[in-house]
Design a protein around this ligand. Sequence first.
Ligand SMILES: Nc1ncnc2c1ncn2[C@@H]1O[C@H](COP(=O)(O)OP(=O)(O)OP(=O)(O)O)[C@@H](O)[C@H]1O
Length: 302
Amino acid sequence: MPVIEVEHLHKSYGDTVAVDDVSFTVERGEIFGILGPNGAGKTTTVECVEGLRKHDGGTIRVLGLDPHEGRTELRQRVGVQLQESELPDKLKVREAIELYASFYDNPADGTKLLGELGLADKANSAYGKLSGGQKQRLSIALALIGNPEIAVLDELTTGLDPQARRDTWELIEQIRDRGVTILLVTHFMEEAERLCDRIAVIDSGRVVALDTPAGLVSRVSTEQRIRFRPSTPIDERLLEDLPEVTSVVRTGKSIVVTGSGNVLAAVTSLLARQQVIANDLRVEQASLDDAFVTLIGHSINS
Ligand SMILES: Nc1ncnc2c1ncn2[C@@H]1O[C@H](COP(=O)(O)OP(=O)(O)OP(=O)(O)O)[C@@H](O)[C@H]1O
């Protein structure tokens, strides 16, 4: 049963159409990603879902309620991650947690939550003294303190180093495993690929594709590229004659074979028969980034 239903959402700021026509549904328990380049309309979309902005066309249902009419009830059931620097620097971590807990009828145990988020030893630290990763984890704690059914996380790992980003991903998976539905806004491919069950790719205020990460990638290409350095020269025509192979290109000492189906098995068994060892063998497949470029005509960060 969907917990979020968005149909033909439209939102303009004066003459600027931020969201033109966006539709998607999010099922209970999934991590649903909204992926798109800067200015695509991602934040506006989720702010309408959160009831922070009033949409001017289409319908939105969150847990069966209109985000505006049901605002009081939804505030108790939907957790929203704060954007950076929304807390005063002098506020202590424990005070922030207690303050936010006081907004909810049935808050989570703040001390336990801080422990789960690796912030137990920071409870008495001032917000301004936290590292970027710790601030981020606190913002996730504040989104979860009300025991929400849905958590909306916008630019979850922006500004974090790779390790902190990976730690945050693990944390999000644990939260989902507890049954929380997650709506995630991101412009990081790796994040979307790793975390999301399904992704809506948004460009210029419209959904250009909606699928699983693997489904998006398979729309682009089912071809694989196999790159290796043969231990002894090999007649390239033997490779070209394999039915799975579509092209063979030699670059310096390396050979790049492109093909589909079971091309890797076909190539490696041919090499074995010819007693050729494939040094530095690498298999490359289309990535979510390739899918994105195909869908919107440029890379997400350019
Ligand atoms: N408060 C506002 N007033 C006027 N225009 C706005 C406002 N907020 C956003 N916009 C414009 O609406 C469009 C969509 O912005 P939005 O922030 O929703 O995109 P986004 O995909 O979240 O982008 P980013 O990844 O850069 O945050 C952009 O053209 C933006 O300049």
